[in-house]
Design a protein around this ligand. Structure first.
Ligand code: FUC
Length: 349
C-alpha cells in the first residue's frame, strides 16, 4: 500500500494545493486534495477488472474554487440547510452566513469545503490514510466557538474507505459534518445514475418544503416513492407526480436509518457489476440525486454534466435539528467531543 503526492496547482490566493493518492494492494485508488478534503477520483474495478473512476469531479482547481456543487468535499460545520440562517443556544442568538436565499447551506460561503487542511499521512499495518486537521475560528461563518476539526480518510486492502470525523469546541456549539461525494458506479461517467439500484435501510423520511427545509414531519415510507428498503432503481419513481419529488426535482431527502440492519445503504450498478455498501454510526442519510447539477460543468476534464449524473449519500445527524422541535438535537458543550464515522465498502458482484 502506498501514498503518492503531487501538486494540483495554486488557488487564486496563491496557495498550493496537493493531491494525494491512496493506493492499496489491489490498486484501488482514492485521490484526495488538502483543499476541502475533496475526493476527486476513486478508481475501482468493474466485474471484468477494468479500473474506472466512480465519482464526479474536476481536473482543475479553478473549477473547484468557482463552480463546484460540493463535489467530493467535506461539508460543515453543519451539513445541509439551517433555516433563516440563525439559531439559538440558551440566551444567545447566532446569525450565520446566508448563502442559499435566506438560508445557510453546507457551512456558508467559505465552508470546510473551501479551506486548506493540514495533512498527515498514516501508514499502519492494516491501512493507509490521511489525517486532516483545521481550526475553524470562533465566529467563522457565524458559528460559536473555536472548533478543532480532524477528518481521517482510511483505506484498507478490502477496498473499504472509512471517513472518521472529530471535533472539539471551546464554547457550546453545533456540529454536523458529512462528505459530499457524488457517486456514479457506471465507471468514467458513461451514463447517469437512474439505472443504479439503491437500498436504504430506513423506515422514515423527513418531508421538506419548497426551499428544501424540513417541515418537521417524519413520514413512514411504506407504500411511498421513498420505500428503498428492498432495493429499487433510482429512476423508477423519480419522475412521478409526487409533491415531494416535484418540489426538489428528484430526491433531496433525509432518511432516518434503521441501525439494526447490517448496512445503512447499498448502491449497485448492474452493467459494471460494481457494488458499494455504506455503514455509519450516524442517524440519518440525506439522499440527493444530483437534481441541480445542470449542463454547464465539464466533469473530470471531458464529460459534459447533466442532472442525475451522480448520487450523494450524506450520512449525518438530523438536518436543521437546532431549529426543528420534532428532531433530536445535539448541542456540544465546550470540550465535548463530536465523533462520527462512515465506511464505504466496494466490491463487484
Ligand atoms: C445537497 C442538497 C442540496 C444542494 C446541495 C448542492 O446536499 O441537499 O439541496 O443542492 O447538495
Amino acid at each position: 500500500m502506498r501514498i503518492l503526492k503531487k501538486s494540483f496547482g495554486r488557488l487564486k490566493s496563491g496557495e498550493e494545493v496537493i493531491k494525494y493518492s491512496l493506493i492499496n494492494r489491489n490498486n484501488f485508488t482514492v485521490n484526495i486534495l488538502n483543499y476541502g478534503g475533496i475526493i476527486t477520483e476513486i478508481f475501482t474495478p468493474d466485474e471484468e477488472g477494468n479500473f474506472e473512476n466512480i465519482v464526479l469531479g474536476f481536473d482543475n482547481l479553478r473549477d473547484y474554487e468557482e463552480k463546484s456543487p460540493y463535489f467530493g468535499s467535506i461539508v460543515g460545520r453543519v451539513a445541509g440547510r439551517i433555516s433563516n440562517a440563525k439559531f439559538r443556544i440558551a440566551e444567545n442568538e447566532y446569525n450565520l452566513t446566508k448563502n442559499n436565499g435566506k438560508h445557510h447551506l453546507h457551512g456558508g460561503n467559505i465552508g470546510l469545503d473551501k479551506v486548506i487542511w493540514q495533512v498527515e499521512e498514516i501508514f499502519e499495518e492494516e491501512c493507509i490514510g490521511l489525517s486532516m486537521s483545521y481550526l475553524s475560528r470562533d465566529g467563522e461563518e457565524g458559528y460559536p466557538g473555536n472548533l478543532n476539526i480532524e477528518i481521517s480518510y482510511l483505506l484498507n486492502s478490502n477496498n473499504e474507505l472509512e471517513i472518521q470525523q472529530r471535533a472539539i469546541s471551546d464554547k457550546k456549539t453545533i456540529v454536523n459534518m458529512t462528505n459530499h461525494t457524488y457517486f456514479n458506479l457506471c465507471g468514467n461517467l458513461k451514463e447517469d445514475i437512474l439505472n443504479h439500484t439503491l437500498t436504504i435501510n430506513g423506515d422514515q423520511v423527513a418531508f421538506v418544503d419548497r426551499e428544501i427545509i424540513p417541515t418537521g414531519e417524519l413520514r413512514n415510507i411504506e407504500n411511498s416513492v421513498f420505500d428503498f428498503r428492498k432495493g429499487k432503481k433510482i429512476g423508477k419513481d423519480l419522475y412521478r407526480k409526487d409533491d415531494q419529488l416535484i418540489k426538489c426535482k428528484g430526491f433531496d431527502h433525509p432518511f432516518v436509518l434503521n441501525h439494526a440492519r447490517k448496512f445503512a445503504v447499498k448502491l449497485e450498478d448492474e452493467k459494471s457489476g460494481r457494488v458499494m455498501e455504506v455503514r455509519t454510526d450516524q442517524p440519518v442519510v440525506v439522499l440527493y440525486t444530483g437534481n441541480y447539477i445542470g449542463q454547464e460543468l465539464m466533469l473530470n476534464g471531458k464529460i459534459k454534466s447533466k442532472d442525475y449524473m451522480g448520487v450523494c449519500l450524506e450520512t449525518q445527524d438530523y438536518p436543521d435539528a437546532i431549529n426543528q422541535h420534532n428532531f433530536p438535537t445535539r448541542i456540544y458543550d465546550a470540550g465535548e467531543i463530536y465523533k462520527a464515522y462512515t465506511q464505504f465498502k466496494f466490491y463487484t458482484k
